[in-house]
Design a binder for this molecule. Sequence first.
Ligand SMILES: *Cc1c(COP(=O)(O)O)cnc(C)c1O
Length: 212
Amino acid sequence: MIGQRLNEIRKELPPEVKLVAVSKFKSVEDIMEAYRAGQRAFAESRPQELVKKASVLPDDIEWHFIGHLQTNKIKLILPYVNLVQSVDSAHLLEELDRQASIFCRTVDCLLEVHISGEESKQGFEPSEISQIVEERLNLQNVRIRGLMGMASLSGDEHLIHSEFKALRLLADKFKNEGLGYVSMGMSSDYRIAVQEGTNLVRIGTAIFGNRI
Ligand SMILES: *Cc1c(COP(=O)(O)O)cnc(C)c1O
């Protein structure tokens, strides 16, 4: 089932789009099923859950973090995480840099941008991004690799198109500074994200089924 769904989604995605399987709340067995179907990039939203799974699953899995990250949890995930997609404050970016240096490693991250009109969503305002990028490009132990955003949870496709388009245009401005990734698109809206030029989609439900 999981393997089949994965293959169907892969067929739809252009070759330049990276597929990250969002495995939050899903079992190690479900992740292994996706792994056997060739999937290697998975994303989790809670630090303890990422650590628990990463410590028992194959080493060649690439782990992404997509939830709100508290600075006191950074050290838990640093031994495992490949890409922190949800950096939503300058303070978190600086703490990632400081703690990564203790681990003698560099950690890749994306800046989460608040692109929907919804109030509850976290992230930087689009207008803050250029200053953050300019000021933090010289951090030694974090690399800002791109931008991430979530569209409104809405049936209004025009709205979703325009939110993704705005993120894509913002990301384009920083392409030459090493920010190649624009992470947008989830189960309900990845097709729209593809049309708007995403190169990283985060898909959970459409692969693993509903989270209960
Ligand atoms: C849960 C989550 C996803 C995946 O959502 P689905 O609707 O299950 O595809 C993608 N991105 C973020 C940030 C999430 O928290």
